[in-house]
Design a protein around this ligand. Sequence first.
Ligand code: ADP
Ligand code: MG
Length: 730
Amino acid sequence: MEKICVAVRVRPPICHENSSSTLWRVDDNQISLHKLHGSPISGVSYAFDHVFDENCSNSDIYELLTKDIIHAAVDGFNGTAFAYGQTSSGKTFTMNGSSNDPGIIHRAVNDIFQKINIISDREFLIRVSYMEIYNEEINDLFAVENQKLQIHENLERGIFVAGLREEIVNNAEQVMKLLESGEVNRHFGETNMNARSSRSHTIFRVVIESKGKDTGSFGDYSSSDAIRVSVLNLVDLAGSERIAKTGTGGVRLKEGKYINKSLMVLGNVINKLSDSAKQRAHIPYRDSKLTRILQPALGGNAKTSIICTVAPEEIHIEETKGTLLFASRAKRVTNCAQVNEVLTDAALLKRQKLEIEELRRKLQGSHAEVLEQEILKLRNDMLKYELEREKLEMELEKERRSHKERDQYIRDQQMMIENLSSLVSDGDGSSSQGSMKESPIEECNNRGDDFKTPCFKAAPKAFVAKRSNYSQLPDFSPLPDSFSDVADEDTWFKINKGYIADLDSLQTKPARKFQSFPPEDVTPNYLNKKYKKELQNLKRRLEFVTEEKKELQRKLAEDLEVKDRLKGDISKLKQEALLAREMPQRLCDSVTSFKDTYEEVLSKMQRYTFDGKSSTAKLLRCISEIGSILFSTMETSISNTTHRHKLSSGNDSLIQEYNKMLSEKLKSTITSLILSETASSEDKQTNTPCSCNFEDIDFLNSFCYIYSLYFMGCVNSVVSKKGTPIIPSK
Ligand code: ADP
Ligand code: MG
């Protein structure tokens, strides 16, 4: 663990900034604030590793502050040197310098190449890159097209900027040229305080890889094959600034905000790191690109130096104090730098070879005898297994042969049965029906049953299971001839449900007349008798099946007949349903035509109505009254029908009542009219002419009758829903 090396550099006063009032005094490695031409102000005194006054040169700073870090970088340590301070305090001057007094970067580059030229036992590879962080975006200063680069981290490379151009360089001049070209791409801007103020943080990075030159000695992998990789960061920060002082606005203001923010994060990181290890909480490296890139340099694996530049003028006192406080905190930060050595593949291989050799040596020692015994034991075991395998193979072969023989026997038996059944079929015409081509025996044996149980049980100790329900099985299922070997119901159930039954628990009894399998005492005579018996059985079964088939055919014919009849009924019902569905529409049409007729009649009537007192006018009123009642009744009926309300018997009787009432009213009106007209015709012959004649009365009478018929027909057709109107008696 080592502390960060912190130094303060006081810039020479600038003439136009009221140079007379220099209040900061440098004394050895201390800097303190004094009253104007007077005593020091207590409490404002700081001590650092180095404090450089305005008379010091970049060379002094390099020699005292940075040189060690550069040399350590060549030896494999990560190193970082950065300049921190307010705008125009001399950061860029310190890092880049001038033609008369080159800055730290130039001196470092020269030094690196001088040093590696001196080291004769190592080979070096130097790569350089140059980037700036402008408005929190990383841009490549060697390749302007590489903008907004991202920071990544992996085990092999640690934290790195992806896509950043790295140039392999062989000498200092090459680096200087590259730096010049990169400097052109850097963001500068004019502020009140600095005509060429850096508006970005710049990081010049040198990656130094070195490998020991091969000495040719075998086994010493660590010196010749390990590669050292160190990263050196030389950082020129943008200056912290007070917006009011720098007098910036617009783009400069935006830049200033980003600069201040990232410097604030840097301050936070330094603050956290300067706390004692116990108090340290989360270090906010990721809060800014700057701190993330410089993470190893801040409290990590790196040797770090900070040069804090301050402006001596009175007007910058506050900023200078701020910088000195930052420097004080940074002084407390400790790093843990170590040489970064990476083993190459060749080195790993050599190391593994050595390990193998070591193991071999061990094996050749005390372990060898034990292993030999182990091997002998394993060999014996192997021989034993070989013998067992051969024995098993022989048994398997024997089993296969017996299986084949058994199959052959079954086939022979089947052929024999087929021959016999064809003989029987030839003798009996009824068995030649097309539907029964396959014999039940064949069917039984061809069902694809895994156990291939033949229909003829012949095993001497075969188990026969008793089943409670045979009805679901086909007729030709092998039924036990004898129940001498019967497993109980539970065992049967277990076997058929897939349980592995304990076969030893089944009680076996010797079969009485079963043949051995393959048969040992089979004589042709005996077989013939048995087959004949079987064939007779089969014939009987065939006859039974044929009968059954005939019966089924008859039933089918009957069913077909019933089906045809039902079809006819359904079509009739469908027609009626169609008619019923059309009924509301028909009724609507009827009402419309009725209305037309009604209006026509009324208009005709009006021709005879000269005043409201005549008999015709009375009749007209009566008809109009009837008409309105009829219309409302019709409308109700239609609405009921249309809305599919079931017409109840109550509705039915209501309509009948209406019908009756209207008929009577019509009849009485007509009768009174005839009577009054008769009287008026008698008057007519003697006195005044009448406004109505008997032709009109007849017309009205018949109209009323037709009208009532028509209405009743319509209503009835709806009520009965069968389209056959009920004509009322006159
Ligand atoms: P910063 O980078 O901190 O903003 P600069 O390095 O650009 O400031 O310095 C601002 C001005 O002061 C420049 O013109 C620079 O030449 C001058 N300057 C800074 N430090 C010194 C110094 N030690 N000796 C001479 N001139 C200096
Ligand atoms: Mg600068």
